[in-house]
Design a protein around this ligand. Structure first.
Ligand code: G
Ligand code: G
Ligand code: MN
Ligand code: NA
Length: 256
């Protein structure tokens, strides 16, 4: 058994799927979009955790075809939903771009191709980048981010607060959204330090004109507290776990 061999086979033979977790406007509770998350149900071993197969995919380069597959799948899903409902739905899709994908010279070109194939507008797509992906080569990252913004996509910084953010640099980059890492959100229930950190991040984002998404909201109390603190968006098991495309569309239609 080799995870790498099996993963390669899965990517080439439609063995992966995508799950969708809703993103909520904390002001009015509306569903504004979904984060697309890769899933792998191994034929013999059952479901494999992304925390196990994504790092393997990054190490052996399979993250490039995997990421491209997930991106086209997620964008195709939006297109399917528009067709099913007969309208251009007011929702977007978030997709994770790994550091390996982001470091490639053709990153903007490949996003452009997927958008063109589907006819989905760039502003319905949010690309989630990590601090480490951006900071490993700041100047190159800035160019890549501007090329992605030229496609009208939104850019989010994922897991914010867990890396080494260079605040001076943050200000210069075309980042639209800071996603506050789940560890701080979960921590708000137990310690004051986490509350202070979340307040500080919200204030920083506000000063820089960025929106904020709190990850890992598991209770109504957290949702209310974050809304009161001025966090614009939220995501977490309190709203829903990641789900199938059909369930995700149903979730959106029932809540609007
Ligand atoms: O989906 P959770 O369900 O367990 O995801 C775990 C981790 O895997 C998260 O950090 C998430 O960003 C990452 N991940 C999930 N799907 C993808 C994907 O399609 N591409 C990349 N690069 N990371 C993903
Ligand atoms: O790193 P990234 O933000 O892309 O990771 C998304 C991961 O967070 C996915 O694994 C998703 O399943 C997980 N997740 C989303 N909401 C919650 C939550 O409320 N609680 C916990 N424990 N995990 C969550
Ligand atoms: Mn993410
Ligand atoms: Na995260």
């Amino acid at each position: 058994f080799s995870l790498e061999t099996d993963l390669r086979h899965a990517i080439e033979n439609d063995g992966l799927s995508v799950a969708y977790q809703p993103l909520i406007d904390l002001g009015d509770g509306a569903v504004v979009g979904f984060e697309a998350l890769a899933r792998w149900n191994h034929p013999e071993r059952g479901p494999i955790d992304p925390a196990d197969f994504i790092p393997v995919a990054e190490e052996c380069g399979l993250i490039v075809p995997l990421g491209r597959w997930a991106l086209s799948r997620a964008v195709k899903c939006l297109k399917d939903w528009d067709e099913i409902t007969g309208q251009t739905l007011p929702i977007g899709m978030n997709i994770n771009l790994s550091a390996v994908q982001f470091a490639r010279d053709d990153v903007a070109q490949s996003v452009r191709e997927v958008l063109e194939e589907s006819g989905i507008a760039g502003n319905r797509l949010t690309l989630e980048l990590t601090e480490s992906a951006i900071l490993s080569d700041p100047d190159r990252s800035a160019r890549a981010m501007h090329a992605l913004k030229a496609l009208d996509t939104c850019l989010a910084m994922d897991d914010f607060g867990t890396g080494y953010s260079n605040l001076a640099f943050l200000q210069k980059l075309p980042i639209d959204i800071l996603k506050i890492d789940r560890s701080f959100v979960t921590g708000m229930m137990q310690d004051r330090d986490s509350v202070s950190i979340v307040r500080a991040v919200l204030s920083l984002a506000n000063a820089l004109g960025m929106k904020t998404t709190a990850e890992g909201i598991e209770t109504v109390e957290l949702a209310n507290t974050l809304a009161a603190l001025g966090c614009s968006h939220g995501q977490g098991y309190y709203y829903s776990r990641p789900m199938s495309a059909a369930d995700a569309l149903e979730f959106f239609l029932q809540r609007r």
